[in-house]
Design a protein around this ligand. Structure first.
Ligand code: SAH
Ligand code: SF4
Ligand code: F3S
Length: 440
């Protein structure tokens, strides 16, 4: 009988995508998906290291696996991803029942490492400092029929002082435009209508292979692929986000009117200490430039609250920036000190209750602004892509606008199927979704 696998993914879309590759590799070897971790022959944790609570969760999960493994000898437990990169040998020191620990730059090694661990009967720990094979060249098992992640760049060359990503993901490596286009064409012929381009710093896409950033060129080239309807991307870094990319967004009929531009803080003083290479004013100029060039643009962001040394005045600057931009949505994070980062060793960490109080204020402000932005849509007509039946409410479909807003639409006769485009009139708004009805 064939063996089965189960993967639990933490962290960002890049990790989701890496998990699809791990699944693809295992399926080529004859493995099939298991219904639960308890029933799987191979259990993989694809981990994230961006904030500290991830560490505790992994070791908690591994504790549970120890008990399951005692009842099912022969089962293999694997730890991959960014936290594996950070902890390396420490993983097997803390959890000696783990069979394989591997990194983000040697995903292709997974089947071989499983075999080696089985033969040797001891944990196998293997990492690679450089990207061996672009994961995009590996087989994949996608989570959706109509949407696909497409990695265009791995690693990050920036050195934001709060961030662990460069140390766990390595330096930037871009794929060639022709390779990306080839993959997208294959996906479209397989039924995909929407792709999300992934990279830590997509604006600098291409610099390492072409000597100059080519992200705008890539966006324009994607416009010519028949059958491809929507292109999204994440994340651009504000430092390198310039007019050619905004113009390409406007010019291309497939690139969606949504920009995720992580600001982190509204205080120029803190931005400098974060080494973000832009001031509040430069960031705002980029926002106005993008709004001017791309009509109907929705803008979202990432914000960190409680970076070391953050004063009430710095935080007030973040609050006022959020009001000034009027984001459609913001992902807000409480600062978490990371080992090996410049900010992680600072002695002026902001006390937890102060961070919590500021975080709550920011969240409340953003909820109000998100609701306002969504209420502005009520009465309007929009094109949506159907993602499938609503998970929570039977008889309704979950759909998405080009601006990346969720719209719930009544679907009594099940006419709206995954992958269909429809026109809807927006009837009601909430902070995180819209309600709509079919037009015509
Ligand atoms: N490359 C992306 C960010 C990837 S990490 C970019 O620069 O836009 C995603 C988000 O996690 C960051 O934008 C930041 O808001 C948050 N983050 C990163 N390190 C963090 C830390 N140490 N504590 C809290 N949030 C953090
Ligand atoms: Fe981290 Fe900065 Fe790189 Fe983003 S750009 S991954 S925040 S170092
Ligand atoms: Fe992503 Fe977390 Fe790694 S955010 S790049 S999985 S540290």
């Amino acid at each position: 009988m064939s063996k089965s696998y189960w993967i639990r993914t933490f962290g960002c879309q890049m990790n989701e995508h890496d998990s699809e590759r791990m699944a693809g590799l295992l399926e080529v070897q004859g493995y099939r998906p298991a219904p639960s971790a308890e029933q799987a022959d191979v259990v993989i944790f694809n981990t994230c290291a961006i904030r500290e609570n991830a560490d505790n969760r992994l070791y908690g999960n591994l504790g549970t696996m120890k008990r399951i493994k005692q009842e099912r000898p022969g089962m293999q437990v694997v730890v991959g991803g960014c936290l594996a990169e950070k902890d390396r040998d420490l993983v097997v020191q803390k959890a000696p029942w783990v069979d394989v620990v591997f990194g983000t730059r040697n995903i292709e090694a997974l089947p071989g490492l499983l075999g080696a661990a089985e033969r040797q009967g001891i944990p196998v720990v293997e990492f690679s400092e450089a990207l061996q094979v672009f994961p995009s060249a590996l087989p994949s098992r996608r989570g959706s029929k109509i949407h696909a992640w497409v990695a265009i760049q791995y690693g990050c060359n920036n050195s934001c002082t709060f961030c662990i990503v460069p140390s766990v993901r390595g330096v930037e490596a871009s794929r060639r435009i022709g390779d990306v286009l080839g993959e997208v064409k294959d996906l479209v012929s397989d039924g995909v209508v929407e792709v999300s381009l992934l990279g830590q710093n997509v604006n600098s896409y291409g610099r390492d292979v072409y000597g100059t950033p080519r992200f705008a060129d890539l966006l324009l080239a994607l416009d010519g692929i028949p059958g491809l309807s929507r292109v999204r991307f994440t994340s651009p870094h504000p430092k390198d986000f310039r007019e050619p990319v905004a113009r390409a967004m406007a010019e291309s009929s497939v690139v969606c009117e949504h920009l995720h531009l992580p600001v982190q803080s509204g205080s120029t003083r803190l931005l400098k200490e974060m080494k973000r290479s832009y001031s509040r004013e430069r960031y705002l100029e980029k926002i106005w430039m993008a709004r001017r060039l791309v009509p109907g643009l929705a803008i979202t962001t990432d914000i960190i609250v409680g970076f070391p040394g953050e004063t009430e005045e710095d935080f007030a600057d973040t609050l006022s920036l959020v009001e000034e931009v009027g984001y459609d949505a913001a992902y807000t994070f409480q600062y978490s000190p990371r080992p090996g980062t410049v900010a992680g060793v600072r002695t002026d960490q902001v006390p937890k209750p102060v961070v919590q109080e500021r975080f709550d204020r920011l969240l409340a402000a953003q909820e109000r602004i998100s609701l306002q932005r969504n209420q502005d849509q009520v009465g309007g007509e929009l094109e949506v892509l159907v993602e499938g039946p609503s998970r929570k409410e039977p008889g309704r479909a979950t759909t998405r606008t080009r601006t990346n807003k969720l719209v719930h639409v009544p679907n009594p006769c099940d006419a709206l199927r995954e992958g269909m485009f429809a026109r809807v009139r927006i009837t009601a708004a909430a902070p995180h979704h819209l309600e709509g009805e079919l037009v015509g």
